[in-house]
Design a protein around this ligand. Structure first.
Ligand SMILES: [Zn+2]
Length: 378
């Protein structure tokens, strides 16, 4: 086993090949011996859910696996997860998987102790003020390198009432510990590696360019962009390269730490593409990001110039560098390839404008700007 390193920022993060083997230790540290493992059918299929369950049981933790989480989590996943938590008399949630099980697991933990309807906790109406520290402990184990949800303080869920992707944000949703094991991302197919990697890159880029003064977030975002520039292509082309896989896990982690500063218009465009059209979140970002960067070019010129220089010193601007990278990692070049047409734009733009992320965009956006950005991304 290679050396494991531990960071606290403020979540305790254990990084390195073999980190997953620490799961029982970290559950015990939260003071419980019963864990609900939240994952999805994909995590079960590749055998990772069973592996985590065995590791927990070997460490004397009673584990029950809950895998009914949709690719874009819906309210029902949370309600059923809370029932599973209670049926198992669990004391903590171990979230295993990509962004969806990680987000769902955090929101299941929230709802175990918080009785209001999920809509009340919506970040766009400052719902985080209703969230107290009385949330069961959370341990996160990512199997992709993109959302950074393992160290993030938010969960995204599509609510039944509004059919809208809703962000729930509170420091009390931070995991107690995150175990980042590059080995767990080795089986991720190239296209998923590319799409989730673009999500990490989008988090870093949007955080760095977002409004507000946050030098710590800026520094982390820049380093995250450097990690993407160095490792994304290699992780896509050589999935067995654990150094590239680890580099992208670090980029994902840094993106999620950085975006406590804010995000931007790209994430507002991406959210309805998932809830309305079922497009993978990272891919939705990859398809919209160049147009958003072009739109922000004049307002955020100095910052985008810095990113351009990191991504590709020879490209003429940041949007061009991003389009080239997107092509290099084998992703489609427009929303049209994913079944989105001009007829979809008005409804998507309405939903994107309701989304709170664009408030961080360096150049303010109107509903019509968002519609135009979708058209420019077709
Ligand atoms: Zn994202």
């Amino acid at each position: 086993m290679t050396t494991l390193v531990t960071w606290s920022f403020p979540t305790t993060i254990v990084f390195g090949v073999g980190a997953v083997r620490k799961v029982a230790d970290y559950v015990k540290r939260t003071g419980t011996k019963r864990a609900l493992v939240v994952c999805d059918p994909g995590v079960v299929k590749v055998g990772i859910a069973d592996r985590v369950r065995s590791l927990l049981e070997e460490g004397d933790i009673a584990a029950s696996v809950f895998d009914r989480v949709d690719p874009n989590p819906v309210e029902k996943n949370i309600t059923e997860g809370v029932e599973a938590f209670r049926a198992h008399e669990a004391g903590c949630v171990v979230c295993v998987g990509g962004g969806s099980p990680l987000d769902a697991g955090k929101l299941i933990a929230l709802k175990v102790t918080h009785d209001r309807p999920l809509a009340d906790y919506d970040d766009s109406v400052d719902g985080g003020r209703f969230i107290t520290s009385n949330v069961p402990p959370i341990v996160t184990i990512p199997t992709t390198a993109g959302t950074g949800s393992e160290v993030g303080r938010s969960g995204v869920v599509t609510l039944a009432q509004t059919a809208r992707k809703t962000v729930i944000f509170s420091p009390h949703l931070l995991a107690n510990a995150a175990l980042l094991d590059p080995e767990l991302t080795r089986s991720m197919p190239g296209r998923v590696t590319a799409a989730t990697g673009f999500d990490a890159l989008t988090h870093c880029l949007e955080a760095y360019c977002s409004v507000g003064d946050h030098p710590m977030a800026d520094a982390i975002a820049l380093s995250g962009i450097e990690h993407c520039a160095q490792h994304l292509v290699r992780a896509v082309d050589h999935g067995d390269d654990l150094s590239a896989r680890g580099g992208m896990m670090k980029a994902a982690m840094m993106g999620a730490v950085a975006f406590q500063k804010g995000l931007g218009a790209c994430h507002s465009l991406a959210h309805p593409l998932s809830s309305e059209k079922g497009i993978h979140h990272g891919l939705a970002n990859a398809l919209c990001l160049p147009a958003v960067v072009d739109f922000n070019q004049a307002t955020a010129a100095a910052r985008l110039e810095r990113i351009r220089a990191i991504l590709d010193a020879n490209s003429k601007d940041c949007g061009t560098a991003l389009r080239a990278l997107r092509k290099r990692v084998g992703l489609p070049q427009g929303l049209g390839a994913e079944g989105v047409s001009a007829a979809d734009v008005p409804k998507l733009a309405d939903k994107a404008f309701e989304d709170a992320c664009h408030r961080g965009n360096p150049r303010p956006v109107t509903r019509e700007d968002l519609a135009e950005l979708y058209r420019a991304s077709l």
